[in-house]
Design a protein around this ligand. Structure first.
Ligand code: CU
Length: 212
């Protein structure tokens, strides 16, 4: 008899908990607001190109902000210190952390796009000129001083339909790629099918954290 009473008390406790975490409020709290990333440089410094010549990759930095208000997702990115006058592919990646220099598993002096994958995960959103198109549109091009500003918006419902998952921005991060076509990187630097290693080399990464 005492066992049955304990069981009923437990049931009541579970019911109370279920009421406290109503699905609507939990979803709203986690998906709305402002998420900020401070972009830290990757692969900056002196390197050796495919011909054995030394060259320097500049030290990139900047900020990325993703704001979600109602159904509107707005991404704002300010980047400086990237290679001037060339295109910089940029994405929200689905993994949990940014790679570091020690992720250069083949010790060629570069953390390439493939070596970064275990940390930053696959591409979630192409941060290009059309956020709602899952394909690749125009990525930003740095100005003559190696800076650019990016600002695009999309419908959250549309994005999540395409992704087949929640944006879950508090666990994602932003990666900036690309050093332009010259100098040619050594063949040890891995890349994605159909893209040059110069185009995909990660140059900055930042983890998104809720700030508002
Ligand atoms: Cu990326």
């Amino acid at each position: 008899m005492k066992g049955k009473l304990v069981f009923l008390a437990l049931l009541a406790a579970v019911a109370a908990l279920t009421v406290a975490v109503a699905p609507g409020s939990a979803e709203k709290n986690s998906s709305q607001g402002t998420f900020d990333a401070s972009l830290g440089a990757l692969n900056a410094g002196m390197h050796t190109d495919a011909k054995g010549k030394k060259f320097t990759i500049p030290t990139a930095g900047g900020t990325a902000t993703v704001n979600v208000t109602g159904d509107a997702v707005t991404v704002t990115i300010m980047v400086h210190g990237v290679v001037a006058s060339v295109v910089h592919p940029q994405h929200i990646h689905a993994g949990t952390i940014c790679p570091v220099a020690s992720d250069d598993t083949n010790h060629d002096g570069y953390v390439d796009v493939i070596e970064g994958l275990p940390k930053y995960g696959p591409i979630l959103v192409n941060l290009d000129s059309n956020l709602e198109n899952p394909g690749v549109d125009a990525f930003p091009v740095a100005d003559s001083s190696g800076s650019y500003a990016y600002n695009e918006s999309a419908s959250k419902a549309h994005l999540q339909d395409e992704l087949q998952q929640a944006l879950d921005l508090g666990t994602r991060h932003v990666v900036i790629h690309g050093i332009g076509p010259t100098p040619l990187l050594p063949s040890t630097v891995a890349t994605l099918p159909g893209l040059s290693a110069n185009n995909t080399l990660p140059v900055a990464c930042g983890e998104l954290h809720r700030t508002g």
